[in-house]
Ligand binder design. Structure first.
Ligand SMILES: Cc1cc2nc3c(=O)[nH]c(=O)nc-3n(C[C@H](O)[C@H](O)[C@H](O)COP(=O)(O)OP(=O)(O)OC[C@H]3O[C@@H](n4cnc5c(N)ncnc54)[C@H](O)[C@@H]3O)c2cc1C
Length: 339
């Protein structure tokens, strides 16, 4: 009898059991998860330690100039991401970028900056920025979260973590009430390469193409005229330079002040210029690009209702973070078994 009653539980009743969800991290994975879960009628609260949502899809503002110093552009392969891109275009937050110096294959950027996309996806959720989650656990009321200031007042039916794997491993390590060993083992297998980024602005336009992709093994990995992207201020010649991954690893613990002249010299000699920039800032991305992915679309424990999604599950691109989040959203909404 009890088996028959259980068998009759409809998917809708399973959904009803999970109502209040905490999403930790508001990069592409956290944003895509939030969009799907809010659209499914669930209450979602998002927590991110940063000042603006978007994670590595970031735009830095300095001296009234702006730079996409993380993600340079998105490529779109799958049908789900194509549909999402169409929504961003309709909303006016994404546009095609056709830089001189690269082939003509489609590349997409956020407008007026890369970080314009995240707010569009978080609509309908309660978003807590500048809120670093330091630990979490579960008691008879549900999941709780804490910052360095103490425990937050709300309890949740499910917690979904979307941080880069090393930061997720640290957070899982602080979870004492639930056995999260399988999560820790899995995320520890994901590896990232770091990246030093340099933001430059010149008062006069450099006489060169919009993009350079030097051969691997040197100082530079990528250089792009950020101001050639759509809806940017073209009055200033703004550039974003990314150091080669090996060079970034070798110079990871230098300060920004030490790295700036090294990258600037390499860039100026690559483009044959001697002009001094009016602005020069470096930024270190400790976990920039995934070099070893997990090879599973997401992690979900249906019993405890703990999940993990990020680019690190599937690959190194924004679309991988999107696909991982979509897979986890499917699991949460269906209320189904683990993965
Ligand atoms: C320099 C660089 C260049 C790149 N270029 C490209 C490119 O051209 N094309 C492409 O497709 N991809 C590119 N990528 C990769 C792309 O950025 C990622 O694949 C994607 O953005 C990952 O999204 P995510 O949500 O998984 O992680 P993230 O964007 O890292 O989001 C994680 C979020 O978690 C937050 N967080 C961390 N710890 C805590 C905590 N304790 N509490 C609360 N919040 C926390 C962070 O603030 C962040 O917002 C690039 C990345 C970098 C860094």
């Amino acid at each position: 009898m009890s088996t028959r009653v259980k068998d009759r539980i409809s998917p809708e009743r399973e959904i009803a059991k999970v109502r209040d969800i905490a999403v930790i991290g508001a990069g592409m994975a956290g944003c895509a998860l939030t969009r799907r879960l809010v659209d499914a009628g669930l209450n979602v609260q998002v927590f991110d330690k940063g000042r603006a949502a978007g994670g590595r899809m970031a735009t830095r503002r300095a001296d009234r100039l702006q730079f996409d110093h993380g993600v340079q552009y998105m490529t779109v392969r799958g049908e789900a991401m194509k549909a999402q891109l169409a929504d961003w275009q309709r909303a006016g937050v994404a546009s095609a970028w056709t830089p001189i110096g690269l082939d003509a294959s489609p590349r997409w950027v956020g407008v007026p900056g890369m970080n314009a996309i995240a707010p569009r996806m978080l609509w309908g959720a309660e978003v807590h920025m500048e809120t670093a989650i330091a630990g979490f656990g579960r008691d008879h009321l549900g999941w709780w979260l804490e910052t360095t200031q103490g425990r937050l007042p709300t309890c949740f039916d499910a917690v979904l973590v979307t941080l880069p794997a090393p930061q997720a491993a640290l957070l899982f390590g602080h979870c004492t009430d639930v056995d999260v060993a399988a999560f820790v083992d899995a995320v520890r297998r994901i590896r990232y390469a770091p990246c030093w980024a340099l933001m430059l602005s010149f008062d006069t336009r450099l006489d060169t193409v919009d993009c350079l992709r030097p051969a691997a093994g040197g100082v530079l990995g990528w250089a792009a005229r950020d101001s050639s992207k759509p809806q940017r201020d073209s009055a200033h010649d703004c550039w974003v330079i990314h150091a080669d991954p090996t060079w970034s690893q070798q110079h990871l613990e230098l300060s920004a002040e030490q790295v700036q002249p090294l990258l600037l010299d390499a860039f100026l000699s690559a483009v044959g210029a001697t002009t001094a920039p009016s602005l020069c800032r470096a930024h270190r991305w400790r976990y920039a690009r995934v070099v070893e992915a997990l090879g599973r679309d997401c992690l979900w424990d249906a019993d405890s209702r703990l999940g993990y999604a990020s680019d690190g599950c599937l690959g190194e691109r924004v679309e991988d973070a999107f696909d991982s989040a979509s897979a986890l959203a499917d699991r949460v909404v269906r209320g189904g078994g683990g993965c």
